[in-house]
Design a protein around this ligand. Sequence first.
Ligand SMILES: [Zn+2]
Length: 271
Amino acid sequence: MPELPEVEVTRRSFADRIAGASVERVRLGKPLRWPLGCAPDGLVGRRVQAVQRRGKYLLVQLDAGWLLLHLGMSGSLQFAAALPPPGAHDHFEMHTSRGLLRLHDPRRFGAVVHVPSLDDTRARKLLDGLGVEPLEAGFDPLAFHRSLQMRRASIKQVLLAGDIVVGVGNIYASEALFLAGIRPTTRADRISRPRAARLHRAIVDVLQRALALGGSTLRDFSSAEGQSGYFQLDAMVYDRAGQPCRVCATPIRSLRQGQRSTYYCPLCQRP
Ligand SMILES: [Zn+2]
């Protein structure tokens, strides 16, 4: 599943190149998670001003309105002057004066939604519940600790919920909790201020490392230039059940938390 670093890498790979382009034609494939919300022809003539990101949404700012784009479970974007004819899994194409933006999404949990403004009800439904951006200055260790104090759920679940800090998916949550020495099942409100500060730093470190690697966790992920952004995360715990901890050699354990697998070292990570 594309996580925040992959979405940000995707954004950087085409944001500058598509800025200023005018929309010439839009083609839809099979239905995605949500409908586009306007007639495809209604986008013709619109000019792309910028591509921003909020959580795992790419926000394509047009001279009138926005396109909210989500890669879902298996989506990837390409932007190029020319691409081969669309395949069975290419469900959104926007031809512009600067090239073709194409969403490839075999599982179709992704979406492209047009909204007249970010205050629009549909935009707010998607964006309002999102927590702070982990790679921006608003992600502050003390505020993070205060937010955790309000939650009785396990820290792993709280991170995945994304309403305190956004975009820390399963892999990065597992890795950050290892780096911080915190057991994933620990109640969020039982985490002390120093431990919350360590976790804060671990989240930033893990995400920045992934970003630097051109991060992807999706096998067929490619950045919008068509380069493979896939990298094998050199995971400390994720997907390593039964294998020795890279720090203390204790076998890594796994458990299920809210339908998701969690991995941890019973010695390095304290409750
Ligand atoms: Zn260990």
